[in-house]
Design a protein around this ligand. Structure first.
Ligand SMILES: [Zn+2]
Length: 766
């Protein structure tokens, strides 16, 4: 039977596999600036980035500082011998209702044919709070370093277009302007987009165009350290994030979207600066993009070889396993039947059907045990302390507690069921379940079929090897070990993958990823303990160790200076009211309670500028009576498709943003700003909104002509929000004791003026 010398060998396999999996979640060593010219050097790219963001300040599209950054990018391109061009326009993306000035920078390395082009792009604008070194300065610096390398490189077949897009943060405006209005776009047949949703970690391929089989093959062949899992894309589709590639993908252009996503608390925060960027991430970005450029640059891009999708997962960042989705059902059937036959053949003499009864109890016991154990641990690990929703700054004690919990459940299972459940009955049930999972995945989520297909395939392969060592007393030992190693790989890969998108308060979901590993390990363990008496002692020790790790975790801070919570001081007033508020804003997380109490902030419902209220810790102050907008020349007319409200908005001087909120009851269909279509509510996007919004970033001082096409004739209220400089004297009293682990995030410090305007019912003007 399955005679293992000792179960320690399984633990050793698991540790080795974990070391490999952790390589997938780490970055290559940055290459120094003494490297030859033809090599991508993260240190050289970082020097460029350091210079681009010298002042370490935000540079939102349309802001004066964005012009400074833009000029530095252009100067770099010129030193490399390019003649960069601008694409300048006031642009709106009707998908988001968002407008801003756009200044794209475009440089071209001409190809031999001069027909098709590969677009390598990253956005150079930042968000409102920080300088955007990772998002997306790393992408910009990587492309500049590649442009330098490409300048001396013999021409490729295809043109290479370097696009430094503007105003991504305000709704993919630069990319949309390029796709809509730049004649170069028509020649673009492939896109490589570099992005970030954090400040560290590997640059992973997380999105591609539809029909990606050829691209994945190229990625697998050309990229030295491929990292990616097609399941990530399924998760990304469900997340409220977009990148410039969304624009090109919607236009049917094939592409590869790379991003790094560790260090999430730094994302869009004031410390997204060059000092907090992991150089390895920059190196990986550059290595990936350069390898893809070399591949796509030489490729015939006229006809795509395949319109089929591929599933893929990297093994230790060394190889990419990839497969066309069309063969997954066949593979699942072949491997599944093969595995079941191999097990049947191996155990045909000793197997009795009644052995399955206890197995049918024991297998669900273990799977539920993982989920329940994870759920119970999510309290001490997650619910009590303050936590970032995504990433823990010191995750290892929590992770170890989860690992030991998995060990405890497996041991308890052995103790309870040894003698009742035979190794072969467990093996039959476990692998039948994995087979069933394969069938379900191939039919519902075929790009995730590798989760079941890989363990099945390796078990099948192992059973072949076992055939040649037939005389052995352990008929399926190699199959079991290979199946276990692969199941462990799948379990650990997905555990660490989830570690980046969920914190320990969701430990039950993280723990479920160990199911495959547990299923595959048990037959060997059951065979090992068959003749032995197990006691509860080891289980008690495991429990003690888990509790000790929980205690350690409990005393670790949920935030640190390097992985801070988001916390911003801003001021808010509503037009016509006597009082205003200094607001302690913490949009996605909780503000520091000691700080809030120390400065006597009180929770209060305040106007959220979106025709509703929000509860925030505030201090009431006298209204600053900030200048707001004026609405003049209001006109209303009936036309095909609804009622058209036209009006002029006079803006206060130097306001970086104007945001209008229109209630859903008005049934807004379309909106125009200065004649540009600014919003079309019929375009689907990922964001569910309680109201329709229009925003203009850096609108300038000239009045804006606005026109709304509404489906309802009823009267409605429109909110108008403008931003102003936050007066230093107002917040100076609150700057004492500012916690080290809290940093402004997303919109940053500002003074907000909220006004509300009534728009009359249609009848009244007819
Ligand atoms: Zn970005």
């Amino acid at each position: 039977m399955l005679k293992l010398r000792h179960p320690i060998s399984l633990l050793l396999i698991a540790i080795l596999v974990m070391a490999g999996v952790l390589r997938s979640f780490s970055t290559p060593a940055p290459i120094g600036d003494d490297a030859p010219d033809v090599v991508f050097s993260a240190v050289r790219a970082a020097t460029i980035l350091d210079e681009l963001l010298r002042e370490r300040v935000p540079h939102v599209a349309g802001s004066p500082y964005n012009t400074v950054v833009r000029n530095r990018i252009v100067a770099q391109l010129e030193t490399f011998g390019y003649s960069p061009e601008f694409q300048s326009r006031f642009h709106c993306n009707p998908m988001f209702g968002s407008c801003s000035p756009v200044e794209n920078i475009i440089a071209v390395k001409p190809g031999v044919e001069g027909k098709n082009a590969v677009l390598l792009t990253a956005h150079y604008d930042s968000g409102w709070a920080g300088p955007g070194a990772a998002d997306d300065g790393a992408g910009v610096a990587a492309i500049l370093e590649i442009a330098r390398m490409a300048a001396d490189f013999p021409p490729f077949t295809n043109d290479i277009i370097f696009l430094f897009s503007d105003s991504e943060e305000n709704g993919l405006l630069g990319a949309d302007a390029f796709a809509q209005h730049n004649p170069l776009f028509k020649r673009v047949k492939a896109v490589i987009n570099l992005e970030a949703r954090g400040s560290a970690g590997p640059s992973a391929l997380f999105e591609t165009g539809e029909g990606n089989r050829g691209l994945i093959r190229l990625f697998s062949k050309n990229v030295e350290r491929p990292v990616g899992n097609s399941l990530v894309y399924e998760m990304y589709k469900r997340m409220p994030n977009d990148t410039d590639y969304t624009v090109y993908k919607r236009k049917g252009v094939m592409g590869a979207n790379f991003a790094f996503a560790q260090g999430v608390p730094v994302y869009h925060s004031v410390i997204d600066d060059p000092e907090h960027l992991e150089l390895g991430s920059l190196q990986h970005h550059g290595d990936n993009a350069w390898a893809m450029i070399k591949g796509l640059g030489e490729r015939g891009l006229d006809a795509r070889s395949s319109r089929e999708n591929a599933g893929y997962i990297d093994v230790f960042g060394l190889w990419l396993v990839h497969y066309p989705v069309s063969i997954t059902s066949g593979l699942a059937l072949v491997f599944g039947v093969w595995v079941m036959l191999a097990i049947g053949a191996a155990f045909r003499r000793e197997f009795r059907f009644r052995q399955l009864r206890w197995g049918l109890l024991a297998v669900p016991f273990m799977l539920l045990g993982f989920a329940l154990g994870g759920y119970l641990l999510s309290w001490p690990l997650g619910h009590w302390p303050d936590l970032h929703p995504l990433e823990h700054p010191f995750p290892w004690p929590g992770r170890l507690a989860l690992f030991l919990m998995v060990g405890l459940v497996i041991y308890s299972c052995l103790k309870l069921f040894t003698g009742r459940v035979s190794a072969c009955s467990w093996m039959i049930i476990a692998w039948a379940l994995i087979f069933a999972l394969g069938i379900v995945l191939t039919n519902t989520l075929p790009t995730a079929a590798h989760i079941a297909l890989l363990p099945l395939a390796m078990f099948a392969l192992g059973s072949l090897i076992d055939l040649f060592r037939k005389k052995s007393p352990a008929p399926l030992l190699v199959a079991s070990l290979l199946g276990f190693a692969t199941a462990t790989f799948i379990s650990l890969y997905h555990f660490f993958m989830m570690d980046v998108v969920m914190n320990f308060d969701q430990s039950h979901i993280k723990a479920v990823s160990f199911s495959l590993m547990g299923l595959a390990a048990m037959p060997m363990l059951l065979a090992f303990v068959k003749q032995r008496d197990l006691t509860w002692k080891p289980a008690q020790w495991l429990l003690v160790a888990i509790l000790a790790l929980c205690a350690v975790h409990f005393f670790l801070p949920g935030y640190s200076a390097e992985r801070p919570r988001d916390m911003t001081l801003m001021y808010s007033e509503v037009g016509g009211q006597e009082q205003g508020y200094v607001v302690l804003e913490s949009i996605y997380r909780r503000p520091d309670r000691h700080y809030a109490e120390g400065h006597a902030f009180e929770l209060k419902e305040i106007n959220n500028g979106r025709l509703g209220t929000v509860q925030r810790p505030v201090r009431e102050v006298n209204s600053l009576q900030l200048p707001g907008v004026n609405i003049t020349d209001q006109r209303l007319s009936k036309e095909e498709g609804g009622w058209r409200h036209s009006f002029t908005i006079d803006l206060p001087a130097n306001s970086p943003i104007l945001r209008l909120g229109i209630p859903k009851a008005a049934a807004l269909a379309k909106a125009w700003i200065n004649g540009e279509l600014a919003l079309d509510t019929s375009i689907e996007n990922k964001y569910k909104r309680d109201i329709d919004t229009l925003q203009v970033v850096y609108p300038g001082d000239a009045p804006l002509e606005i026109s709304l096409l509404t489906g309802s004739s009823d009267a409605f209220t429109m909110a108008a929000v403008t931003w102003h400089e936050l007066p230093g004297v107002l917040v100076a009293p609150f700057m004492g004791n500012w916690p080290d682990d809290a940093r402004p995030f997303l919109y940053g410090p500002r003074a907000e003026k909220i006004q509300e305007f009534e728009f009359g019912a249609a009848e009244s003007t007819e």
